[in-house]
Design a protein around this ligand. Structure first.
Ligand SMILES: [Zn+2]
Length: 272
């Protein structure tokens, strides 16, 4: 299994010379499974555009079955979907998994006057799957479990287990100030990698960001330690955090826990 980060920014895409190292695309992860050439994707933020172009270009090298999991419907997690090229190509199939009505969500995003073509213009074979909390979906030998996350309108965390390796993706979510989210800790227990919402510093969180639905790198470290997670990846970077700020956040996190990095667009995480 490999995880490719196509978008790591929270809230809204950013661009410009101050964002070159970490990148500016909103959430999109590609999970390259070892047991199948089907493509697994989590979230369709602006990062999914480039992933789609690559999948269309290399269509003969992998299965044309795509499985897209959505954490929730906030703009930054779905805004790239109308630009996802494989969904316009009839030979691809696109199965979309969400705990909410993904068809209605994506249809609404593309309806007039917001976008020039509707969801019906996407000619890939489409299937919509309404996920139940804690339901296990199997793709190849991978098992994908989900739980709800505290966030405005609620988000979803996913854990992927395949051939002895595991990764948890938990964004967007806000921690409780006085206790660890036990359901999330249980989902993360013993995972190789935790990718967690660290949009704010502790100072920013305390200075007015409480209740906005996001967390901090210190809470990420607390959760990783409690769940015995080996590697932590800070995710959902604030659009106000430029490269310099993110490097300082990453260094501060590494002083607390050595095996932490801040996600960058284009980064690939491999499992031994
Ligand atoms: Zn959100």
């Amino acid at each position: 299994m490999q995880v490719v980060f196509w978008g790591t920014r929270g809230s809204i895409p950013v661009s410009g010379p101050k964002y070159v190292e970490f990148g500016g695309n909103t959430p999109c992860l590609q999970i390259k499974l070892s047991s199948t050439t089907d493509t697994m994707i989590i979230d369709s933020g602006s990062g999914i555009r480039e992933l789609g172009l690559q999948l269309a270009r290399t269509a003969d090298l992998h299965s044309r079955a795509i499985h897209l999991f959505l954490t929730h419907a906030h703009w930054d997690h779905i805004q790239g979907f109308p630009f996802f090229v494989p969904s316009y190509i009839p030979s691809f199939s696109l199965d979309i998994y969400c705990t909410k009505d993904a068809k209605a969500i994506l249809e609404n995003q593309m309806r007039t006057p917001f976008f020039p073509v509707t969801l019906d213009a996407m000619f890939a074979k489409r299937g919509f799957h309404l996920l139940k909390s804690d339901e296990v979906v199997e793709i190849g030998e991978a098992k994908i479990r989900n739980i709800p996350l505290p966030h405005p309108q609620e988000s979803t965390a996913f854990r992927i287990d395949e051939r002895g390796h595991s990764v948890v993706f938990a964004t967007d979510t806000e921690h409780s100030p006085d206790h660890i989210n036990e359901t999330l800790r249980e989902l993360c227990q013993g995972a190789d990698v935790l990718i967690y919402d660290a949009q704010y510093t502790t100072e920013e969180y305390r200075a007015g960001k409480q209740g906005w639905g996001h967390s901090t790198f210190m809470e990420a470290i607390k959760l990783a330690r409690a769940a015995g997670v080996e590697r932590l990846i800070l995710y959902s970077h604030d659009p106000a955090h430029d490269d310099e700020t993110l490097k300082a956040i990453e260094a501060a996190a590494q002083r607390e826990m050595p095996n932490v990095i801040a996600a960058r667009d284009g980064m690939v995480v491999e499992f031994d």
